[in-house]
Design a protein around this ligand. Structure first.
Ligand SMILES: [Zn+2]
Length: 220
């Protein structure tokens, strides 16, 4: 059983990374079963064991979410993994972070802190709540259309219950920061549609587990 999804681009570059799925772990109830957060009400021993299972599956024994790898926990928000030579970043973007262009800011931070060229970075955008399921207020839809263009959300003047496309906005943010389109990959999956594969904060009314998106940092 595969415990996580991967990006073709990052795999081809030989970078250990993944977007964890919800199956294959030992947690039960709303956290069933590969919950990777100890702060959502799950049993702590189960969460520790889940981390161990994921480490083994990823070949990162002793290195996950510690020295050598970085990660973010999500359940609907957009996880973004960026490889930048000797540096790497794992970014978490909900609608607030997306509005603030958090993905683009991470690119600029890697550029300044690690001297990495955005044109040579690789970015993978992971499973998150899709446009299919993400209804937002008319005000929010209008704000995102103003920031990211008409494809970012439905026009509230036409559709009174507009849907927002966070993936699209995050990709626009990465492009704007200088990452070439061919070096950005959308790893498919709507966390709200697929209850077998994913936890979803919105679908599960807040009582659910968390996924971990992780990427190794090369020590050169
Ligand atoms: Zn969906």
């Amino acid at each position: 059983m595969k415990l996580f999804l991967t990006s073709r681009l990052l795999s081809a570059a030989g970078i250990a990374h993944g977007f964890s799925l919800r199956w294959g772990g030992v947690s039960s109830g709303p956290f069933s079963s590969l919950n990777l957060s100890a702060s959502v009400g799950d049993d702590e021993a189960a969460v520790r064991e889940n981390h161990e299972l994921l480490r083994e599956a990823a070949g990162l024994t002793g290195r996950l979410a510690a020295d050598g790898a970085v990660g973010v926990r999500v359940a609907d928000c957009v996880p973004i993994l960026v490889h930048a030579g000797a540096a790497a970043a794992a970014v978490h973007a909900g609608w607030r972070g997306t509005r603030l262009q958090i993905a683009g800011r991470a690119i600029r931070a890697l550029q300044h802190a690690a001297g990495a060229d955005p044109a040579r970075m690789l970015a993978a955008i992971g499973p998150c709540i899709g446009r299919c399921c993400y209804e937002v207020s008319q005000d929010l839809a209008a704000t995102f259309r103003a920031l990211f263009g008409p494809e970012a959300a439905d026009d509230p003047a036409v559709n009174p219950k507009p849907h927002l496309d966070l993936r699209y906005c995050v990709e626009q943010s990465l492009l704007h920061a200088g990452v070439p389109r061919e070096r950005i990959e959308q790893v498919e999956g709507c966390t709200s549609c697929d209850s077998g594969a994913f936890f979803s904060h919105r679908r599960d009314k807040g009582r659910t587990g968390r996924h971990l998106a992780f990427i190794e940092v090369r020590d050169l």
